[in-house]
Design a protein. Structure first.
Length: 358
């Protein structure tokens, strides 16, 4: 892992010289001390963070003790935890050498990725002129790589896993690299039954409340003035799902968000709009379906029908992939646990209906 000067961060065991030929004792196998050297002193402050806040977070997440002396960082604790902290520090050093910004979420993402089996593949990235978006979980890396190699990808999972944000960032990257000519973003306007005529304002004003999360993601990865100019010129099109009917979407990055709220007929209509040179990304959370009672989700049906179709990939995020903040992950886990309990408990243990209801 080289910095701009061509040097790499060096790490060494503090006891390597005197214990290399000796059999490890139980104590040495359980704990160790590792020294990580960051060659470029100018990057040390970026790696450690203001007032060493990044180092403190690594200590907390890895369960180690870390002390910085100049460009040397001494990490002590369980052997596996020290190895993980070392990898994270080295990865942060490489990012700092590239000029990338480092936030607390990046450190948490590196820690998650280092623990995963896919860590050897590295963390996938999406690059736009405004921002470099780095995967924060192994599932996010898998998702980004699926977007790169496949023309139709389903991204399923709970809120906060980054499935919509990464889809929009990837679409922005494709547009800037001239891989597509336009971006098309859509959502089903379930609350209004997709009959928006009674709402005040022009079409943009009618659908904005439903599509605001897509705008937010666009403004985060592309300059605001570029987004607004592209929307005005039609290079970026944001429209409710109903307006996709009858079209062929060619040479475009097409995203359908909140797809769990489509009907089977709507989903079939949307998927068959895919034209030459296009990428299509369908995202949704099957646990948050807002359709009328008894109405089957088009997303659930499509994933079931198309799971084995060549040229289509489905990436599933879990509660452990929530990157919004730790509390959101715990909320998702609590709901999942409640749903599981409801499925397994006998009827006599389930809450009864209020009196006077049937």
């Amino acid at each position: 892992m080289a910095d701009k000067s061509g040097k790499s961060p060096r790490s060494k065991s503090a006891h390597a010289a005197d214990v290399s030929d000796a059999a490890p004792t139980a104590a040495s196998a359980a704990s160790t001390r590792v020294v990580v050297s960051l060659d470029d002193n100018r990057l040390v402050a970026l790696v450690l963070g203001e007032h060493d806040v990044h180092l403190a977070l690594i200590e907390q997440l890895a369960g180690v003790k870390a002390v910085a002396h100049g460009n040397l960082i001494t990490v002590s604790g369980p052997t596996a935890a020290c190895a993980m902290a070392k990898k994270v520090l080295e990865a942060l050093y490489v990012r700092a050498a590239r000029g990338e910004t480092i936030a607390a979420g990046d450190i948490e993402g590196l820690m998650r990725h280092t623990r995963s089996a896919a860590a050897s593949e590295g963390m996938a990235q999406i690059r736009t002129r405004l921002k470099i978006v780095t995967a924060r979980t192994a599932a996010q890396s898998t998702y980004i790589r699926a977007l790169e190699r496949t023309d139709l990808v389903f991204g399923l999972g709970p809120a906060g896993t980054g499935k919509t944000y990464l889809a929009v960032a990837f679409a922005a990257q494709c547009l800037e690299r001239n891989l597509v000519e336009k971006i098309i973003l859509s959502r089903p306007a379930v609350e209004a039954g997709e009959r928006l005529g009674f709402l005040p304002g022009d079409m943009k004003e009618k659908v904005d409340p439903y599509l605001r999360p897509l705008y937010d993601a666009l403004y985060d990865v592309l300059p605001r003035e570029k987004v607004e100019a592209a929307i005005t010129s039609g290079v970026i099109e944001i429209a409710p799902l109903a307006f996709m009917r009858g079209r062929t979407l060619a040479n475009a990055a097409v995203i359908l968000d909140e797809a769990q709220n489509t009907t089977p007929m709507q989903m079939k209509m949307f998927l068959t709009r895919l034209g030459e040179g296009s990428k299509m990304i369908v995202t949704g959370d099957p646990t948050q379906i807002d359709l009328p009672m008894g109405q089957r989700s088009g997303l659930e049906e499509a994933v079931g029908l198309l799971g084995l179709v060549k040229g289509i990939e489905t990436i599933r995020f879990q509660s452990g992939d929530v990157v919004r903040r730790a509390l959101v992950g715990r909320i998702v886990e609590a709901y999942e646990a409640a749903a599981t309990a409801t499925k397994t408990l006998p009827d006599r243990y389930l809450p009864s209906a209020p009196r006077g209801t049937s």
